[in-house]
Design a protein around this ligand. Structure first.
Ligand SMILES: [Zn+2]
Length: 379
C-alpha cells in the first residue's frame, strides 16, 4: 500500500551533471519511495495534503516528493494514530517520497505561544491551547513514526532582524540540538531514510561558517540552509547562499528551505541548490494569483471578466487546457471551492514545469540562457 520498495531501500544522492558557467547541477535522490531528479521543487502539503489538489493529480504532474509538517501532524491527527494506520504514506495514500519539516519554523512562528529551553521547546497548540514539550529526540521519534523519506533536525529559527549576539546564541542552540538529533537518529537508523542538518546563523557569515562546520561532523545525508526568506532583503539572502553553499560537501544534496519566487529558485539553482519548497504557488493560487510565462496574473481583476483566453497560453495543465480567465475570475469572485483547485493545479504545474525546464537546460548546456530569460521574468 505505501509503495516502499525494499530492493532500492537505501537513500542516496548522485550528481549527474554540471553547468560549466555556474554552480548549477543535475542530480538524482534515491529513496524507498522512488527516484527524484534534482533540482526539484517540493509542493507543500503541510497537513498531509497539498491544499486543494487530489494526489492523483499530483502524480499526473509527476511530483516525486511532497513536504509535510511534523508540527501539524503531531498535533493532528497525532503520531499514535498515524502509527496505528501504518505511517503517513499509507494514511494519505501517497506512494512517492515525503520530506517532513521538523516543525521548528512553525513552533517559532507562534512566538507568543512557546518557550525555548536547552532541553527542547515548550509550546501551546495553536489549535486548542493544550501544552506540549518537544525535544530534538522526540522530533526524531515522531518523524520515524511518520515514515518520512527525508527527516529534518529540530532547529531554532532565528528571526530577522537579529543582532549578532542573539543570532550566535540561537545558532549554537541549533547546533547542540542537531547533534542530539543525529545521535538519536543513528540509534535506530533505517538506511532507506535520510536525516538532513540545517545551517543557521542569520545573515552573519562567521556564524554560517561555524554552523556548517559543526554540522559536517555529524554525518547528515544532506544539508539545508535555513533561516532565510524570513524578511531579510533579497541581496542578504543571496549573500548568505553564496557564502554558505561552498562550505557544504559537493556529494550531498543541498536544500534551500522556504524559497521562493521563480526567479529566486533559478538564481539559487545557479549557486548549486538542489531542493526547494515554498508555499507561494499554493497559497497564491488560493488568493487568486497565478504564475504564468508572462508574469503574475491577478485573476480577480475586472479586465479578465470577458477574457476567453486560458490563464497561460504556454501551459498545458488541466486548467489551461479547458478553462478561461473569465471563468476562473468568476469562480474566484464567487468564492467557489473549485477556484482554489483550478488555480492550484495551474501554479503547481508552473513550478514543476519550470524545474523540468531547468533540468533540461542544465543537461543541454543551455542553463545560462535560461538564467538570462528568468532575470527578465516580470516578478
Ligand atoms: Zn496552466
Amino acid at each position: 500500500m505505501d509503495g516502499e520498495n525494499p530492493a532500492s531501500a537505501r537513500f542516496s544522492f548522485e550528481v549527474r551533471g554540471r553547468d560549466a558557467a555556474t554552480g548549477a547541477r543535475l542530480g538524482v535522490l534515491r529513496t524507498a519511495h522512488g527516484e527524484i531528479p534534482t533540482p526539484v521543487f517540493m509542493p507543500v502539503g503541510t497537513a498531509g495534503t497539498v491544499k486543494a489538489l487530489p494526489h492523483e493529480w499530483l502524480e499526473a504532474l509527476d511530483a516525486r516528493v511532497i513536504l509535510a509538517n511534523t508540527y501539524h501532524l503531531y498535533l493532528r491527527p497525532g503520531p499514535e494514530r498515524i502509527s496505528r494506520i501504518g505511517g503517513l504514506h499509507r494514511l494519505i495514500s501517497w506512494p512517492r517520497a515525503i520530506l517532513t519539516d521538523s516543525g521548528g519554523y512553525q513552533i517559532f512562528s507562534h512566538r507568543e505561544l512557546r518557550r525555548i529551553e536547552e532541553e527542547g521547546v515548550r509550546f501551546q497548540s495553536h489549535l486548542d491551547g493544550s501544552s506540549h514539550f518537544l525535544t530534538p529526540e522526540s522530533v526524531m521519534d515522531i518523524q520515524r513514526v511518520l515514515g518520512s523519506d527525508i527527516a529534518m533536525v529540530l532547529d531554532d529559527c532565528t528571526p530577522y532582524p537579529c543582532g549578532h549576539p542573539d543570532a550566535e546564541i540561537s545558532m549554537e542552540l541549533s547546533t547542540r540540538w542537531a547533534r542530539r538529533c543525529a545521535v538519536h537518529w543513528s540509534r535506530d537508523c533505517h538506511e532507506a531514510r535520510a536525516l538532513f542538518g540545517i545551517v543557521q546563523g542569520s545573515t552573519f557569515a562567521d556564524l554560517r561558517t561555524r554552523s556548517a562546520e559543526a554540522l559536517l561532523d555529524l554525518g547528515f545525508e544532506g544539508f539545508a540552509v535555513g533561516g532565510l526568506s524570513v524578511g531579510e532583503p533579497k541581496s542578504a539572502m543571496f549573500e548568505v547562499l553564496e557564502h554558505t553553499l561552498p562550505l557544504l560537501p559537493d556529494t550531498r544534496p543541498r536544500y534551500l528551505m522556504g524559497v521562493g519566487t521563480p526567479r529566486d529558485i533559478v538564481r539559487a539553482v545557479a549557486l548549486g541548490v538542489d531542493m526547494f519548497d515554498c508555499v507561494l504557488p499554493t497559497r497564491n493560487a488560493r488568493n487568486g494569483c497565478l504564475f504564468t510565462s508572462e508574469g503574475r496574473l491577478l485573476i480577480k481583476n475586472a479586465a479578465f471578466a470577458d477574457d476567453e483566453r486560458p490563464p497561460d497560453p504556454d501551459c498545458t495543465c488541466l486548467t489551461c487546457r479547458r478553462y478561461s480567465r473569465a471563468y476562473l475570475r468568476h469562480l474566484y469572485v464567487s468564492g467557489e471551492y473549485l477556484s482554489a483547485t483550478l488555480n492550484t493545479m495551474h501554479n503547481v504545474t508552473f513550478y514543476l514545469d519550470m524545474m523540468g525546464k531547468i533540468r533540461e537546460a542544465i543537461a543541454s548546456k543551455s542553463f545560462g540562457k535560461w538564467l538570462e530569460r528568468m532575470e527578465k521574468w516580470p516578478e
